[in-house]
Design a binder for this molecule. Structure first.
Ligand code: MOS
Length: 763
């Protein structure tokens, strides 16, 4: 029996035994012990090392490249540049599909653009040879700030100019909405670009065996890399195998293919040797993407009773040199999060001479929440309503941004209500106010924010195989990557739930285009709701085949039997049972292969996850230092599949949000060279134990939604970072009466504004 013929409506789990438990990761030991082989650990016999020459200028034209000296350097086996045969490969498709650039484009539109690459016996020889390449540049004027880029006279990144209009969205009558409001708030916000900083760097090892290319890549999607590399090199898919066992973080930056994979493949073909090309941290900061800088203006109106009357939003995002989507999804929460009849949103992208944006955990949403959730907080203050109450007053039942389509389920109100209760919102507000009255240098405050994520439904296609062996062990075969969220663990738990096999007996084969089934990249908070249902379908298919085989032995119709506790049992007469290992058909064929595919999502409704977060901070009235004391994340993502990996995501997402609010900023040498100033972790600060409180509480709203898919779960990885920064800003306002409108917080400026706001408190 195949998945296509499985009974269509397997019921949701009423009382799951394995699913939902707080189980440690199935690969925890190898991850912690260091025995897991990540792509960056791969060492092959005869392997060469590659290094890339990159533009030191934010904007320049390459007039001449002389590789003669580099080619004669010791250990060098190949040098590749724009003039090399076969190297003129199109890159960065524009909106009309025409490429904006090529692999070693002589027109460098941002610092770090690839000019040449070397393969040598050792990494040191490769770097030395890169330094020996002589290049003549014509240095051109650069613009690296979004607002400057769309101003008259700015140097154009592309011939069409730097301004790319985004969507213009409108519903209702915005002017009438503002006229009907009792209070109107208008504020300007900005957010700094955040750099991708996964622990494992970006890169790959490439090897040719005859006409067959294999790439070990640190990626969120092996099939994505396969198709993009095959297209770049003009190869059939079947000749490109991509393996991505383990990935040391990606957060969106490893959804797409980098030039490094194609360069490594070309160098490997030239030399006939495997080639390793992993970027340095400095290189990764230049070319592996970023959460684009934004400037936002939001005007909102509210009636005294808490009815929202109008939103008007303008957003500008810096897509970098090659993405027209720098403002992508900036306005989604304004459109969709709260009930409001009159909304107008305008977004604009600016090309700038800097690294291209890439998806970063909930693209657009934390930026939009930074604006929306602070404005809602301000509206609540103006009308004297609690901010939780104002939000609960405006929880929508339908997705207004999608023309009023109903949410299949929404836990937004539960996140707000139960989260506030679990956090002790009322007591914390009163406690912080009392602490402020007591005076002192440190002012205490509480704040909160809410959110939803546009994605997280998952969907087809996905295909999974589950092989049940005669000894009761299982092989689970799926193409998806586990990007650190615990995907493998959750999938094994689904198999265990259906087949009664302990996790220790489940072997997982994954993320390899040569041996596993097609999967879309792991991202968009969709991996569990995409792959999970296919895994369950495959396990159900396996179970049905085992039951059919046992029916022959038991002399009963399959319809009278079910798989329970490691045996096939007669439903009406449990004494008639056959342990799986004794099924004669299984003993003969040795293995049963179940196949599962992802069903289509139900039509006519919207499936997405919801969030509310609460925090308590202290702000130093003299220095502006912000200490986050505690956080609570209340998250509704359908069924909680594994309480431990669920909580991991909440802690990780809040940690990233703290970085967005307090520490992370790509600093470009604006107005001068345009170059990156903070190109290492010393100067580009991701949050550490100094900024992240031990007291992060995850409060799941466990709301299985069996109508959505076979496992009843929605995605979690991205909503966990959406409201965090805004909640901190709201808490800072509660503490000192000053709004941080620009990320990350500037302590000097904050201290100055605290002093200006309350000069008496300094003495
Ligand atoms: Mo995510 S930004 O889709 O990895």
């Amino acid at each position: 029996m195949t998945a296509e013929s499985r009974p269509p409506a397997a019921a949701g789990w009423a009382t799951p035994r394995v699913v939902g438990q707080p189980l440690p990761r199935v690969d925890a030991h190898e991850r912690v012990a260091g025995t897991a082989i990540f792509p960056s650990d791969v060492q092959l016999p005869g392997m060469l090392h590659a290094a890339v020459l990159r533009s030191p200028h934010a904007h320049a034209r390459v007039l001449r490249v002389d590789v003669a000296k580099a080619e004669r350097m010791p250990g060098v086996l190949a040098v590749l540049h724009d003039g090399s045969p076969g190297a003129q490969i199109a890159w960065h498709p524009g909106r009309d599909g025409k490429p904006l650039s090529r692999l070693f484009d002589p027109h460098c539109r941002h610092e770090g653009e690839e000019i040449a690459a070397v393969a040598a016996e050792t990494p040191y020889q490769a770097r030395d040879a890169v330094r020996a390449i002589a290049v003549d540049y014509e240095v051109l004027p650069a613009v690296v700030d979004a607002e400057e880029a769309i101003s008259p006279g700015a140097p154009a990144v592309h011939p069409g100019g730097n301004r790319v209009p985004g969507d213009r969205y409108e519903r209702g009558d915005v002017a009438a909405g503002f006229a009907a409001a009792d209070e109107v708030v208008e504020m300007r916000f900005s957010t700094a670009a955040e750099l991708h900083a996964p622990l494992e760097l970006h890169g790959c090892v490439a090897r040719w065996e005859g006409e067959q290319l294999t790439i070990w890549e640190s990626t969120q999607g092996v099939y994505a890399v396969q198709s993009e590399v095959a297209a770049a090199l003009g190869l059939p898919l079947a000749r490109v195998r991509v393996i991505g066992h383990y990935v040391g973080g990606g957060f969106g930056s490893k959804l797409a293919t980098g030039k490094w994979s194609v360069i490594a493949a070309l160098l490997s073909r030239l030399t006939g040797r495997p080639v390793r090309l992993f970027l340095t941290r400095e290189e990764s900061f230049l070319v592996t993407g970023n959460r684009p800088a934004s400037v936002m203006r939001l005007k909102a109106g509210v009636k005294r009773d808490g009815t929202l009357t109008a939103f008007e939003f303008e957003g500008l995002g810096a897509g970098g040199a090659y993405s027209p989507n720098g403002a992508g999804l900036l306005d989604w929460l304004v459109r969709d999060l709260y009930t409001c009849p009159n909304v107008r949103c305008t977004t604009t992208n600016a090309f700038i001479h800097a690294g291209t944006e890439r998806a970063m955990r909930a693209p657009g949403h934390p930026q939009g929440a930074w604006a929306l959730e602070q404005v809602i907080d301000e509206l609540a203050r103006r009308i004297g309503m609690d901010p939780v109450a104002l939000r609960r007053r405006n929880v929508p039942a339908v997705s207004q941004g999608r023309g009023g389509m109903p949410y299949l389920t929404t836990g937004l109100d539960a996140c707000l209500e139960e989260g506030a209760k679990a956090f002790g919102w009322e007591e914390a507000k009163a406690g912080a106010a009392a602490a402020r009255r007591a005076g002192g240098v440190w002012a205490r405050g509480v704040g909160m924010g809410a959110g939803l994520w546009i994605g997280g439904a998952g969907g087809d296609p996905a295909t999974v195989f589950v092989k049940y062996f005669v000894d009761g062990s299982v092989n689970l075969n799926m193409g998806a990557s586990d990007i650190g969220t615990g995907t493998k663990t959750v999938m094994a738990m689904i198999v265990s739930e259906e087949l009664g096999v302990p996790l220790a007996k489940i072997q997982i084969e994954h993320a390899d285009t040569g041996t596993t089934q097609f999967a879309t990249p792991s991202g968009g908070s969709k991996t569990v709701p995409t792959e999970g249902p296919a895994v369950r379908a495959a396990a159900l298919d396996c179970a049905a085949q085992l039951v059919a085989l046992a029916a022959a032995d038991l002399g009963l119709p399959a319809a009278a039997l079910e798989l329970r506790d490691g045996a096939v049992v007669a439903r009406e007469d449990p004494a008639r049972r056959l342990p799986l290992g004794e099924i004669s058909g299984l003993r003969r064929q040795r293995v049963v292969v179940g196949k599962g595919t992802r069903e289509r999502n139900p039509a006519g409704s919207v499936i997405c996850p919801f969030a509310a977060q609460f925090c308590e901070v202290e702000v130093n009235r003299l220095t502006g230092e912000v200490r986050v004391l505690r956080f609570l994340g209340a998250h509704e993502s359908g069924r909680v599949m594994n309480r431990m990996t669920f909580d991991n995501q909440v802690c990780g997402g809040i940690t990233m949000g703290i970085g967005f609010a307090l520490t992370e900023r790509r600093t470009l040498d604006r107005g001068q060279t345009g170059k990156l100033c903070n190109f290492a972790w010393h100067d580009y600060k991701i949050p550490t134990a100094l900024e992240v409180p031990a007291a992060i509480v995850s409060h799941p709203i466990d709301l299985p939604v069996p109508e959505a898919n076979l496992i009843g779960a929605k995605g979690l990885g991205e909503p966990v970072t959406i409201p965090t920064a805004a909640a901190i800003a709201n808490a800072v306002f509660d503490a000192v009466g000053v709004r941080i409108t620009d990320t990350p917080v500037n302590l000097t400026r904050l201290a100055g504004r605290i002093a200006a706001a309350a000069p008496a408190e300094r003495s």
